[in-house]
Design a protein around this ligand. Structure first.
Ligand SMILES: [Ca+2]
Length: 297
């Protein structure tokens, strides 16, 4: 393994540990999974230059979904991507940061993909809140926080905070919605369905495949009756049946991660947004230079 790839793998894993999603119980319960998935990242990176060293990860046997890259856009490298969603033709993005370890903003704004700059509309208090997933429902903007146990509801025009609500789990990660419910992840295999008005928990659906529960479910997007989810520390997006939680397909983004890895950027994907008009999916990683527009086949 070339030194820079080894350094990148170490940095990527260390950075991920420091910056995001360390939960003691998760580490204890899923330490084996973590080591395996970390190895997947490193080996996946190395495979771009040396296929002989590639170790095929033990992953879902769900059918692979092919895609075509339609465009490569510019992304804001100052944004530690936590959420990505289209609303009224514009691409909204959230970022997470805190005062202790992360120089990145806890903020929500509109990404200008031509220049790679987010026009920030909402800034969270970094001393209290690490910004996470976002979604728009019935012309309200919902924003999760990572470990504060709360989410916020904003008016998407005035950006006035309308209310605060308690999360149904200790952490907030990804957020999307179907026609009736908000759907959030918390880094486990669970998806939490919330009533958009009362914000009460309606049900929990566990994501699973032929190997059992699928951990580290992260950023989400609801597309044509299915939930699509980044899996933290892998290059995969999983297509999930929202009723059963069963994985029905898998998108392998390894090839698109090569640029970020070569640039020594954080290798973690964490953004899926769907443009229903053009039927295109936009995918991004934290602080990446590029944002990819893909069309599923
Ligand atoms: Ca999304």
């Amino acid at each position: 393994m070339p030194l820079y790839f080894r350094a990148n793998c170490i940095f990527g894993t260390f950075h991920a540990l420091i910056m995001k999603k360390i939960v003691l119980t998760l580490v204890i319960a899923a330490s084996t999974t973590f080591l395996v998935t970390s190895a997947v990242n490193c080996n996946g990176s190395d495979s771009s230059n040396n296929g002989d060293n590639y170790i095929a990860p033990a992953v879902s046997s769900a059918p692979t979904i092919a895609y075509t890259v339609m465009n490569v856009h510019r992304h804001d490298t100052s944004f530690f991507t936590e959420g990505l969603e289209f609303y009224k033709g514009k691409l909204w993005e959230s970022s997470g940061g805190d005062n202790d370890a992360s120089p990145f903003p806890s903020a929500v704004g509109i990404l200008d993909m031509k220049v790679g700059k987010v026009d920030v509309k909402i800034e969270l208090d970094k001393s209290k809140y690490f910004g996470e997933g976002i979604t728009f429902f019935n012309d309200k903007l919902y924003v999760l926080t990572w470990k504060s146990g709360v989410g916020f509801v904003y008016d998407p025009v005035s950006f006035k905070k309308l209310r605060e609500f308690k999360l149904p789990s200790k952490e907030g990660w990804g957020l999307t919605h179907d026609s009736t419910s908000l759907i959030m992840s918390d880094g486990t295999s669970n998806l939490y369905f919330l009533h958009p008005d009362s914000l009460h928990l309606l049900k929990i659906v566990g994501v699973k495949d032929n190997n059992g529960p699928l951990p580290n479910i992260n950023e989400l997007e609801y597309i044509d009756g299915y939930i699509y989810a980044n899996q933290w520390l892998t290059h995969y997006i999983y297509k999930i049946n929202p009723e059963s939680g069963m994985v029905v397909g898998r998108i392998d983004l390894s090839n698109l991660a090569k640029e970020a890895i070569a640039n020594r950027e954080d290798p973690n994907w964490n953004g899926i947004a769907y443009d229903p008009e053009m039927q295109r999916i936009y995918v991004a990683g934290k602080k990446w230079h590029s944002l990819y527009e893909i069309k599923l086949q």
